[in-house]
Design a protein around this ligand. Structure first.
Ligand code: SF4
Ligand code: SF4
Length: 113
């Protein structure tokens, strides 16, 4: 199960106490700072950037994961992001939510001895 972009957006806005204006400014900031175009995974047919942002998310053009450089991006550091390969694995909110779901599912299984 995946969050829709609207659900991911709503989750970020709630968690960060953001207004619509804050969200829109955040999106502009992410797009302006995004360094994905310098990444080996990037393909020229992709014209949108800022895949870590919930309203952008996974690329429809990038499919191969090659040495993600998100860790060197100012957005990654300033926003204290935790994941990578946003172009293929979707936004920070989506990946974080998925991880929480997987951990909850693991917690329901009996532990191995
Ligand atoms: S963290 Fe990655 S996807 Fe997000 S703005 Fe930076 S380079 Fe782009
Ligand atoms: S999200 Fe990571 S792997 Fe994808 S294009 Fe951006 S820097 Fe490269």
């Amino acid at each position: 199960m995946f969050l829709t972009k609207d659900q991911a957006k709503a989750m970020l806005m709630k968690n960060m106490n953001m207004s619509e204006e804050d969200f829109s400014e955040g999106e502009k900031w992410v797009k302006s700072k995004c360094t994905c175009a310098d990444c080996p995974s990037y393909v020229a047919s992709e014209t949108d950037l800022g895949f870590c942002w919930p309203s952008i998310g996974q690329s429809e053009h990038i499919h191969d994961e090659k040495n993600c450089i998100c860790g060197q991006c100012p957005v990654f550091n300033e926003a204290d992001l935790q994941f990578a390969y946003y172009c293929t694995r979707d936004s920070e909110v989506q990946q974080s939510w998925q991880m929480t779901q997987e951990r909850a599912a693991d917690g329901g299984r009996p532990t191995e001895e």
